[in-house]
Design a protein around this ligand. Structure first.
Ligand code: 9MG
Length: 283
């Protein structure tokens, strides 16, 4: 299975590591250490040296309760970093919900739009669909980042996430976006309790019925804190375990802060002959 993006057709026969680059002063897990284009670009270079197969660059924090930023501020944070990252030889994703940021990043040559709102904002779907072959990650979220953790509720979290993602894939396909451009993500921690997130991990394979590659982001998330009692800067072992479990359950891309450690963990997982495939049915 492949992921078609602007410049790269990414072979997902092997699991891929997407390195997180937060260009935000209020980022939940790096305290804004990479704020500013120079520092953020240096971080991109480091992640690529560490083995990142893709970079995901974002200028607005999506942690619960985070302040939103204006379009102009997000463009000022993200575009210079995207421009520099495009020289690094790996696919560059822009993490945004704003159509204008999507348009401007795609015009620069960005490879992928990673949208936690699954292109639901007016104009977002058109921004991606009008581009000949940009890749897109459609993520599920219940509510919005300001309120999503207040009272997440589902009758059946897997069924509801699956139905939502199926509807969003259909909307993109109807707008002319080739299936090969689309990957999907259940959105760990986005309007979900610890129990919902654990259910998504245990039953993740059911999402393979969507017929699109799965991208999972567990890195340093609060459910890992709840499971281990660890603070955010102590969650590397839990993040590695979650990434491996996700890959074993069929994920083809893991979105992580700790690229070098994840690449090493996956090398051992691969040597063990574990495939994580769905037995050929979906992936
Ligand atoms: C931006 N962002 C934060 N967490 C994420 C996750 O789990 N998946 C995706 N696709 N994006 C995320």
């Amino acid at each position: 299975m492949f992921w078609q993006t602007t410049r790269f057709r990414i072979d997902l026969a092997e699991p891929r590591v997407m390195g997180i680059v937060n260009v935000t002063p209020d980022s939940f897990s790096d305290g804004g250490r990479h704020a500013g284009p120079g520092a953020a670009l240096a971080h991109c270079e480091r992640l690529v040296r560490e083995g990142a197969h893709l970079l995901d660059i974002g200028g607005e924090s999506s942690r619960p309760g985070a302040a939103s930023v204006s379009v102009d501020e997000e463009l000022a944070r993200v575009l210079p970093v995207v421009e520099g990252a495009l020289e690094l030889g790996v696919p560059v994703s822009v993490d945004t919900v704003k159509p204008e940021v999507m348009r401007r990043a795609l015009a620069l040559g960005a490879d992928i739009v990673n949208d936690i709102h699954a292109l639901q904002a007016p104009g977002a779907l058109e921004a991606v669909a009008s581009h000949p072959q940009a890749g897109v990650c459609l993520m599920h979220m219940q509510g919005d980042p300001a309120t999503m953790q207040a009272r997440p509720a589902y009758a059946d979290v897997i069924a509801e996430v699956t139905a939502f993602l199926r509807e969003r894939i259909a909307a993109l396909r109807a707008a002319g976006v080739a299936a090969e451009r689309i990957v999907v993500d259940p959105g760990i921690g986005f309007g979900k309790s610890v129990e919902h997130n654990v259910a998504l991990l245990r039953r993740q394979r059911e999402l393979l019925a969507l017929g699109r590659p799965l991208l999972l982001g567990w890195s340093r998330k609060s459910t890992l804190g709840a499971l281990t009692g660890r603070a955010v800067d102590e969650r590397l072992p839990a993040s590695l375990a979650a990434a491996l479990a996700a890959v074993q359950q069929g994920a083809r891309i893991v979105r992580v802060h700790d690229v070098a450690a994840t690449v090493d963990a996956l090398a051992v997982w691969r040597a063990a002959g574990l495939t994580g495939s769905s037995g050929g049915a979906q992936q």
